[in-house]
Write a new protein. Structure first.
Length: 124
């Protein structure tokens, strides 16, 4: 077995986390700050409530996001990245760099996307 093949399985859990249409934008929003469900839904419009709930649950199960429930009326729930989730920021930085390098000439969007994806991590 080649060394590359032996290591191939080690990124599968990461690929499972990053899989899905809304996962990357969701993580981008959480890199910037703690968010409530409604804030995430508005930011990720037109994501459906079911899809957002499914993504958040998956990220919580994988240890990437914590869900904090505050009692009261109305119910107040906040989502925040765990330390493990914050460690994904360099991966986003690498993907941003790749996007910049591969962007067609004259296209400025990748820089803006990189800043949005990385949030506070871009300044670190």
């Amino acid at each position: 077995m080649k060394p590359d093949q032996a290591c191939q399985g080690t990124i599968e859990p990461l690929l499972e986390i990053l899989d899905g249409k809304w996962t990357l934008p969701l993580l981008r929003d959480l890199f910037n700050d703690v968010k409530r469900f409604g804030e995430l839904r508005r930011s990720l419009h037109p994501i459906s409530p079911k899809t957002l709930t499914d993504r958040l649950r998956m990220l919580e199960e994988k240890g990437i996001v914590t869900r904090t429930l505050y009692p009261g009326v109305p119910l107040h729930v906040e989502y925040e990245l765990t330390d493990s989730g914050r460690r994904l920021q360099p991966i986003f930085a690498a993907m941003s760099e790749w996007a910049r390098a591969e962007a067609p000439c004259g296209r400025a969007e990748p820089e803006a996307e990189a800043e949005a994806l990385l949030g506070a991590a871009a300044s670190e």
